[in-house]
Design a protein around this ligand. Structure first.
Ligand code: SAM
Length: 229
């Protein structure tokens, strides 16, 4: 796909299927649906946001690019109002992992067969993976990118109804069954995680708190990264 999008949103765009009926939850500027329209990947999109300001900016951008008739703009919290519209691909990008989990949890139709969820958590990625696994969602693809000096992950997820518990390590590194895209970015991202876990661990040690669980997780992440050298 030709790129006029930042690397973070491009990784999301690449996970949207050709000719999808598409919805962008938390659309803000609508860059993602506008890019997908220009690329011929989709022919129509629902742009949703909980706030008027971002939705106005989406409308403005669409009008400037002569695409307003290809988008509908919906002021709403999450994805619940989109039930029954035959939407096949949903993007929920640029929000915290817990908010993304909450939006999914409140919209049962996101569990319908054939629905593709493209999730790009800015934080709490571990909480999102744990929620997805326990709620019966399977992560098919994890695509890593580097954008303006920061690493991001974008997940392609479907509901298969097989809820399961995952380890703390899997919540960080993802499922061995997923397809990983952007190996170098993923490695750098996981090394960053290791550094932040180690810093938090050192802080706890200094404070005299019990750190056995953290130490075990750090060791298992080091071993995981070591195996992939
Ligand atoms: C940081 S922007 C991300 C914009 C775009 N998706 C991206 O990744 O670049 C987050 C947007 O999500 C919207 N938002 C936050 N909570 C939401 C919710 N519960 N339902 C719909 N939109 C929400 C905010 O108003 C904001 O426009």
């Amino acid at each position: 796909m030709k790129s006029a999008l930042n690397a973070r949103l491009l990784s999301a765009a690449e996970l949207v299927r050709q000719d999808a009926t598409f919805a962008d939850i938390g659309t803000d500027h609508a860059y993602l649906p506008l890019f997908l329209l220009d690329a011929g990947r989709i022919s129509y999109a629902y742009c949703c946001d909980i706030n008027e300001g971002p939705l106005d900016s989406a409308r403005r951008n669409a009008e400037e690019r002569g695409r307003a008739d290809k988008l509908s703009f919906i002021l709403t919290d999450g994805a619940t109002v989109l039930a029954g519209r035959g939407i096949t691909d949903y993007a929920i990008c640029g929000m915290g992992g817990e908010l993304i989990a909450d939006i999914i949890d409140r919209a049962p139709h996101l569990r319908d067969g054939g629905v593709n969820l493209i999730l790009q958590p800015m934080s709490r990625q571990e909480k999102l993976r744990t929620y997805l696994a326990s709620s019966g969602f399977k992560i098919i693809t994890e695509s890593y990118s580097l954008d303006a000096g920061k690493y991001y992950v974008c997940m392609q997820t479907v509901f298969d109804g097989k809820g399961r518990e995952i380890s703390d390590l899997e919540a960080i590194v993802g499922s061995p069954d997923s397809r990983f895209v952007g190996d170098e970015c993923r490695r750098a991202y996981l090394q960053g995680k290791l550094r932040s876990l180690s810093r938090a661990h050192a802080g706890k040690l200094e404070a005299g708190t019990d750190t056995a669980a953290e130490a075990e997780l750090i060791d298992s992440l080091k071993a995981y990264l070591g195996k992939r050298e």
